[in-house]
Ligand binder design. Structure first.
Ligand SMILES: Cc1cc2nc3c(=O)[nH]c(=O)nc-3n(C[C@H](O)[C@H](O)[C@H](O)COP(=O)(O)O)c2cc1C
Length: 538
């Protein structure tokens, strides 16, 4: 399959990394914001809901359903998913505007659009969200929900108040990561979705994620150039009302926007895997959803059943069986996850930032347990459960012996793969980055990729990377809620699977998230472009 070939061709190994001739061309570093040059800005309200609901409670239980979605709630969702939360100025004068969600290389290729139909205070239409000036720009006027509902083969979309559409601009990421960037599109939109879903849940907006849609139709509706930018996911928001009227034929739109850089490099391998994982028409979307429904939920390490998961089940095929481990009882029960963190969701997102250096201080077992539970929660989505399994290296967790483990989410327990001190090995696996060795625990998301592709087709490849991104993003949120830190990490593909062998047989490494306590004092500059309680606007 094309996705399998792509995955293997973009795998990292010590040899491939050393042999790579790629260097960063700073003269063409892509600008991290999409600026429509001819469209007026519609300022979003800056007095935002602080999302005071406890972070862990918000992750576990959605608030009571809101009766309406207004511009203020939409602004709060957009800010906590993709807003600029802080600015860092470097000695040479460089400046990075960091966002609410982590993103590989701080390149921020994920763009956010809104198809609004029944949002109080906002005319129906298609809008682009600009995090830089915290504003919307209208790309199309009128109610487009019915057209989007057809493209998503989901009639409820036409009744929900709005749908957020995430896209990615390839070049922003491939500038650094080349063709491997296709994986990053889903990791990074996944971490953004972890925030977006939590924020929308905290506001009672009942978010529902769709990973299946007719790619060409959604891209045409957005007016993006599919050779450069493509839709990745949709999130339905807000209460259901009357169905939107038929939208009729849509004219082409192509509003001018600022070029990202003076030159771009095309990566045909990325476009090839994007095309192979695309769905051609609504029938293909429906068939894909039906095929995914046969994917066994969790494959033996299932997350506990959760509200709103609408595709799950068991059937023929599925992930490889778990091998039986020899020796005495290899199961390590974990303490119950904490129900509350004492920190509101908004405050957690505002203070989140990837940990740049971990101390060797241990985590408590219930801190780890809470992060694992958060990472493996179900999704209200057309994404089946069990797309990735969670393995981990424990370096320093009180009450858990150092070693390699698999997390059994159903039993909320660790299965020992191998005992030992693996700090050096884990740093090596994480592309020789010290973070992977210094962290208290390192979560490795592995997918039963061939089985998933057999069940869900080529688009299953997107699911594996997306599910891992969301899970990693939720681990980040749990960590910052509890007062420790996290960082996403990249890795040597084959070596990760070999490290967790034989337990991980039949699985491929998809994404890594390290957890631990920061070795450094509080993060530097924090500057938000919105007003949050206790902080003046800038
Ligand atoms: C999917 C993903 C992979 C990442 N991989 C690495 C990595 O390999 N090494 C690293 O130091 N940071 C990594 N990061 C952290 C990013 O560099 C960081 O999110 C980005 O610089 C933005 O900073 P912030 O998270 O502090 O807001 C990763 C983050 C994500 C979301």
């Amino acid at each position: 399959m094309i996705a399998r070939r792509y995955h293997d061709r973009t795998a990292h190994s010590p040899a491939s990394v050393r042999a790579s001739p790629h260097t960063l061309d700073w003269d063409v570093k892509p600008f991290p914001f999409k600026i429509y040059t001819e469209l007026p800005a519609l300022a979003l309200p800056r007095d935002l809901d602080a999302l005071a609901a406890d972070t862990l409670a918000a992750l576990a239980r959605p608030a009571a359903r809101a009766e309406r979605l207004g511009l203020a709630e939409l602004a709060a969702v957009l800010y906590h998913a993709a807003g600029v939360t802080r600015k860092k100025t470097y000695p040479g004068g460089g400046e990075v505007l960091f966002r609410a969600a982590p993103s590989t290389g701080a390149l921020y290729q994920t763009e956010v659009y809104v198809v609004a139909g029944a949002v109080a205070g906002l005319e129906p239409g298609l809008y682009h969200f600009g995090p830089g000036d915290f504003a919307l720009r209208r790309l199309r006027a009128g109610d487009l929900r019915e057209a989007l509902a057809r493209a998503a083969a989901d009639a409820t979309l036409a009744r929900r108040a709005a749908t957020v559409v995430l896209t990615a601009i390839y070049w922003r990421n491939t500038w650094k990561y080349q063709a491997r960037g296709f994986r990053h599109l889903f990791w990074d939109s996944g971490t953004l979705l972890a925030n977006l879903l939590a924020a929308a849940d905290a506001l009672g907006q009942a978010p529902r994620l769709l990973a299946g849609f007719v790619d060409a139709d959604v891209n045409r509706l957005l007016g993006v150039d599919p050779a450069r930018e493509a839709a990745l996911e949709l999130v339905l928001l807000g209460p259901e009302g009357a169905a939107a009227p038929p939208a009729g034929a849509l004219a082409e739109v192509a509003h001018p926007y600022m070029p990202l850089s003076s030159a771009e490099v095309d990566y045909p391998l990325l476009r090839e895997v994007h095309a192979a994982t695309s769905l051609a028409d609504a029938d293909a979307v429906r068939a894909w959803r039906a095929a995914c429904a046969s994917w066994p939920a969790g494959g033996g390490r299932a997350a506990p059943p959760s509200r709103g998961r609408d595709v799950a089940g068991s059937g023929a095929g599925g992930p490889p069986p778990r091998p039986v481990l020899s020796g005495t009882d290899p199961t390590v029960p974990l303490p119950p996850p904490r129900a509350e963190s004492g920190r509101g969701l908004g405050a957690t997102i505002q203070r989140r930032g990837s940990t740049r250096e971990f101390s060797h201080e241990p985590l408590a077992a219930d801190e780890l347990a809470t992060a694992l539970r958060a990472a493996t929660r179900g999704l209200a989505a057309d994404v089946p459960a069990g797309c990735v399994d969670l393995y981990l290296v424990v370096n320093a967790v009180t009450g858990v012996a150092p070693g390699a483990y698999a997390y059994d989410a159903g039993a909320h327990a660790l299965e020992a793969v191998r005992a030992g001190d693996f700090r050096r090995a884990s740093a090596h696996l994480c592309l020789e980055q010290p973070l992977g060795g210094d962290a208290a625990a390192v979560l490795y998301f592995l997918a039963p990729l061939d089985a998933l592709l057999a069940a869900c087709g080529e688009r299953g490849y997107r699911l594996a990377n997306l599910a891992a991104g969301v899970a990693g993003g939720r681990a980040y949120l749990a960590a910052y809620a509890l007062g420790f830190g996290a960082s996403g990490l990249t890795f040597y593909d084959r070596e990760v699977t070999d490290f967790f062998a034989p337990h991980a047989a039949g699985r491929d490494a998809i994404f890594v998230t390290a957890l631990g306590r920061s070795a450094r004092a509080a993060r530097a500059t924090i500057e938000a472009n919105v007003t949050l309680p206790g902080r003046p606007a800038r």
